[in-house]
Ligand binder design. Structure first.
Ligand SMILES: [Fe+2]
Ligand SMILES: [Fe+2]
Length: 158
């Protein structure tokens, strides 16, 4: 059975690839629109399913609550940044500037999860718990992705 941390890291690597791909696009192009929409949908679904599995468990344990709060607060900040970017003219220099901020912040967020949050949780959780959270994540992700795809403006892709 796949443990929660392996599933999350796999998704993080996909997100790193997408960020790299977006950085290689130019102006208000179909490539930039599509890749950004894909990134936004996947990260939105990832963060929701991650909160319903890993962070729900962390928040319920006094010794991990502070770390859990920190990450969930960052999810909200990233969500706001993604919404701002979606509303901006993709060919403007302001867009690229804000995208660079997003990339920096998000890469910091997932590096911190992998280097600090996951090891801290891994120390506290039993193997059974990590497998159970993996199941919850894998179960929630498709629904959250469908919701994100419905909720995020599809004009971006046309
Ligand atoms: Fe996260
Ligand atoms: Fe994550």
């Amino acid at each position: 059975m796949t443990k929660i941390f392996d599933l999350l890291k796999e998704d993080h690597d996909k997100h790193r690839e997408l960020l790299k791909k977006i950085a290689e696009t130019e102006g208000d192009s179909p490539e930039r629109r599509e890749t950004f929409a894909e990134f936004r949908e996947e990260v939105t679904a990832h963060a929701s399913a991650e909160e319903q599995s890993l962070y729900a468990e962390m928040l319920s344990r006094p010794e991990l609550q502070e770390d859990g709060r920190h990450s969930v607060a960052e999810h909200k900040e990233l969500d706001d940044l993604l919404a701002e970017l979606a509303d901006m003219d993709m060919s403007s220099s302001g867009w690229l500037q804000k995208f660079k901020t997003l990339r920096h912040d998000y890469e910091h967020h997932i590096d911190e999860e992998e280097q600090e949050m996951f090891p801290a949780a891994d120390e506290e959780f039993a193997t059974k718990c990590e497998e159970r959270l993996g199941e919850i994540y894998a179960d929630r992700y498709p629904d959250e992705l469908a919701t994100a795809q419905q909720g995020i403006e599809h004009d971006d892709r046309e």
